[in-house]
Each structure stands twice: as structure tokens, then as C-alpha cells.
Design a protein around this ligand. Structure first.
Ligand code: SDX
Length: 428
């Protein structure tokens, strides 16, 4: 017999259905609550509110578990590739050899960006933030592919838009990086796989053949896999709600890029490095900065620490921390802020303030150190997060449309002025 919840309101009792997920998560379905009782629920920030039922990513914040379509993040980071994980997230299964080859070929055929896009691109001031450029350029893709605006696109047409979005994102990201250096852009080459092509367009030069370094390919695949999806986080929820208005994929992804930009979300990887640099330049006194993070009167927060869902170690942070040690050793890079990061982690994990609030390092705490070792400027870090998160955003947008979910439109509790008569200006 299916489980129900009872809620008593104004002396009346209402039965509400309980939903149980495949990992035994429980939810009270309140869809009919207002019709039945006139009441709504309130949960500012949606800290305890489910927005959908999804089959894409499962995470358990208490146990530090993260799985994409049932496969653990540890196994995928170790054994898979970013393109294979993108296929898994979007289509639901790991691809066969043929499916992998066809997918990569499709992507390769669409990596070029319309030359007219350069007119937008050249209009940005040379030091404008890469996330602002990325969000604008991705949304402008809808101008070049007006068919993507059609509401009744066939599955094949939607899939072509998905392929174009995946393919052109890496080209646009590499353009933004080249612009930050004042260097000419490098065109994609079909002989490379997705990650190798991204590294070729980003670090290659027009004047010479780029030697793809397998060490860099491996660490980029791992970083992109670790960022690929994370269920209903702020930016993914944004993509879903924008898409729920029947908005095209490009504009929906552009909205997700904007949400990710915030330093409380994906912008944290940039904020972590800026924080570590600040502590280093201040003499490296980690105890002083831990005290500031704990001081309610001080706006300083320990960036890269804490998480809405993980109340245990973020499993991605553990993998990135190990990759950080490995890649810095392989590249022979000695980054002083890495030591400061490790000191902060060591002190914070023993400090009652952090322990009591279950604040652990999250995905952003160490990732910036790797991006910096690879040669990326700090303000490019969140763009790299977006590149990784793109398949997850696409998978979630596709699932929302396939489920024919209604347009997202939350309710509110009004606490403003009650009805009053208009007062002429001379009488105010
Ligand atoms: C990402 O949701 C996702 O899945 C996101 C993400 C993804 O893959 O999409 O995982 C990516 O966004 C990771 C998070 C990156 N952000 C940061 O590292 C910024 C620093 N962290 C915090 O701002 C904060 O921890 C949040 C925003 C991540 C979570 O905030 P919550 O869940 O709203 O928690 P809260 O602000 O209510 O904090 C609870 C308590 C508060 O203290 P009290 O009021 O109980 O005394 O913990 C304190 C907070 O002041 N706290 C911190 C802290 N984070 C929380 N205190 C100091 N430093 C911090 N970093």
C-alpha cells in the first residue's frame, strides 16, 4: 500500500501522497495542498523542497556519494572520458564503441562557430569577465540557428541542437581565453578528440603544430567529468526553469551560465584562489583568516568550504585534491597557495565551528590550483566549470522537456501593504 502523509490545518486533516525514489528518498507530494486547504508551503532557498523527479544524478550529502546514471563518480573519473560521460548523462547509458565514434564525429562536425559571431566577440572590452562573454556568446548562438527556437522540434532536431551546443562551447571557451591574451584564435581540427581539440584551440598557436600532452588530456578529462552534473543545484535549476517556459536550449544554457557565475556557486573556484592569494600576501596566517571566517561580524567566508547538500567531504574534492598533488608534481609546479590551502583544510577540519556546521572542502577548493598550474588565468576558472557542467545542464533540460513538465512558477507569501487608496502628490 502506498505511503501517505497527514497534515492538520485549521482543525482539518489532509492526506498527502508520499513519493519514494529508487534510492529510498522520501518526499511529501504537496501539489494538491493549496486546492485542498488553501495553504502553501514556504521554503526560502528551496533548502528542503524537491522541484522534480530526476533519473540523471544521485547524491547523498551525508554519506558523500555522487553517481551519474548509477555509476560512481570515483569509477567514472578513473575509467571514463568526458565525452563518454556527456553521452551517459544526456542519453542515459554508456555508449558502445560505435555510438562513441558516431557521437565524437557528430561533435567534430559542428565545432566551428559562425564567422559572424566574431563581430560580437570583438565588441567585448579586452578584459571583460570571461563569464559575461560566455553567457552572451552562447545566447547569441540562437541567432544563428533560428530552427532551435521552434517549439515543436522533432527529437532529431533537438538532438542536433544538443550536438551543436556541446561542440561549439569548447570553441567559444578557447576563443575567450585567446582574447584574454590578445592572441589570435586557433581553429578546431577534426583529427583531435574533444578534450585534445579544446587544449589545441586553447594552448596551441597558428604558427606551429600543437603537441597534445596526454598528462594534460587526462587531468582535463577528470576535471570536466567531476563538474559534469550535480542534480538540482542553483545553475541547473535555472536551466530547467528557463527551459520550462519552452525557451530554446541556447538561451536556457546562457541563463545557467549566469547563475553559475556567482561566487557562492561556480564563481567560488575563482574566489578560492583570490582568497588564498590574499592570505599569502597577508603573511600566510591561516589561524587569523579562520577566525575571520567564524566571526559573524566579519563578512569573510572561507571560500571553497561548505555546501548546501554535502554535510560530509564532497567526493569530488577528494579526487581533485589527489589530482592536484599528482599534476603539480608531474608539471614540476610548486604553488605556495597549495600549502596554504592544505593548512586551512587541516585547521578547519579540527575547528568546532566548522565541525559543528559540517563544513568541508567542496569541489571548488582545490580545482583552481590545478587550473592555474595548467596556465589558465583566475577569471577563466568558472568558464571551465561551465564547460564541464554543460552536459549536465543539457541532460536536465532534455529530461524536463521529455517529462513535459509545466512552466515553473513558485508561489509566495505576501507581506507587503494591504489595500490603500491612491494619494495625490500634493497630499503626500
Ligand atoms: C558549488 O549545490 C551544488 O551542488 C553546488 C555545486 C555544484 O556542483 O553545482 O556543488 C558547486 O556551488 C559548491 C559551493 C561553492 N561555494 C563556496 O565555496 C562559497 C562558500 N560556501 C558558502 O557560501 C556556503 O557554504 C554555501 C553557499 C555553499 C552553502 O550555503 P547554505 O547551504 O545556504 O548554508 P548557510 O549559508 O546557511 O550556512 C550554514 C552555516 C552558517 O552559520 P550559522 O548561521 O549557522 O551560524 O554555516 C556557515 C554559515 O555562516 N557557513 C560558513 C561557510 N559556509 C557556511 N561559514 C564560513 N565559511 C563558509 N564557507
Amino acid at each position: 500500500m502506498s505511503e501517505t502523509a497527514q497534515i492538520k490545518l485549521s482543525e482539518k486533516t489532509y492526506d498527502l501522497p508520499v513519493i519514494t525514489g529508487t534510492e529510498n528518498e522520501k518526499a511529501v507530494d504537496i501539489a494538491k495542498l493549496r486546492d485542498l486547504s488553501g495553504y502553501i508551503t514556504l521554503d526560502t532557498g528551496y533548502k528542503n523542497t524537491g522541484a522534480t523527479q530526476s533519473a540523471i544524478t544521485f547524491l547523498d550529502g551525508e554519506l558523500g556519494i555522487l553517481r551519474y546514471r548509477g555509476y560512481s563518480i570515483e569509477q567514472l573519473a578513473e575509467k571514463s572520458s568526458f565525452m563518454e560521460v556527456a553521452y551517459l548523462l544526456i542519453y542515459g547509458e554508456l555508449p558502445t564503441e560505435k555510438q562513441s565514434a558516431d557521437f565524437q564525429n557528430e561533435i567534430s562536425r559542428h565545432t566551428l562557430v559562425h564567422e559572424d559571431m566574431k563581430k560580437f566577440f570583438d565588441g567585448f572590452p579586452s578584459h571583460s569577465h570571461p563569464m559575461g562573454q560566455l553567457g552572451s556568446l552562447v545566447c547569441s548562438l540562437s541567432a544563428f540557428y533560428p530552427e532551435s527556437l521552434e517549439s515543436n522540434q522533432t527529437e532529431t532536431e533537438i538532438n542536433l541542437t544538443i550536438i551543436k551546443m556541446l561542440a561549439k562551447m569548447s570553441t567559444i571557451v578557447s576563443w575567450i581565453y585567446k582574447k584574454s591574451l590578445g592572441n589570435p584564435i586557433v581553429y578546431p581540427q577534426n583529427k583531435y578528440d574533444y578534450v585534445s581539440n579544446f587544449l589545441h584551440m586553447t594552448f596551441g598557436q597558428r604558427t606551429e603544430e600543437y603537441n597534445v600532452d596526454p598528462v594534460l588530456v587526462d587531468v582535463m578529462n577528470k576535471l570536466l567529468i567531476l563538474h559534469a552534473d550535480h542534480e538540482q543545484n542553483c545553475s541547473t535549476s535555472t536551466v530547467r526553469i528557463v527551459g520550462s517556459s519552452d525557451c530554446n536550449l541556447y538561451a536556457s544554457i546562457s541563463a545557467g551560465i549566469s547563475a553559475l557565475w556567482g561566487p557562492l556557486h561556480g564563481g567560488a573556484n575563482q574566489a578560492v584562489i583570490e582568497m588564498l592569494e590574499q592570505i599569502k600576501n597577508d603573511g600566510g596566517d591561516t589561524a587569523k583568516w579562520i577566525a575571520k571566517a567564524k566571526d559573524k561580524n566579519d563578512p569573510f567566508r572561507l571560500m571553497g568550504f561548505g555546501h548546501r547538500v554535502y554535510k560530509n567531504f564532497d567526493p569530488r574534492a577528494k579526487i581533485i585534491k589527489k589530482a592536484c598533488d599528482d599534476i603539480l608534481e608531474k608539471l614540476g609546479v610548486n604553488d605556495p597557495v597549495l600549502e596554504i590551502a592544505k593548512q586551512l583544510e587541516e585547521v578547519a577540519l579540527k575547528d568546532e565551528y566548522f565541525v559543528q556546521r559540517k563544513l568541508y572542502p567542496n569541489v571548488d577548493f582545490y580545482s583552481g590550483i590545478i587550473y592555474r598550474a595548467l596556465g589558465f588565468p583566475t577569471d577563466m576558472f568558472t568558464v571551465l566549470f561551465a564547460l564541464g557542467r554543460l552536459p549536465g545542464w543539457i541532460a536536465q533540460w532534455k529530461e524536463m522537456k521529455a517529462n513535459k513538465e509545466p512552466i515553473g512558477r513558485p508561489r509566495q507569501v505576501y507581506v507587503g501593504a494591504t489595500e490603500r487608496e491612491y494619494v495625490e502628490k500634493q497630499s503626500r
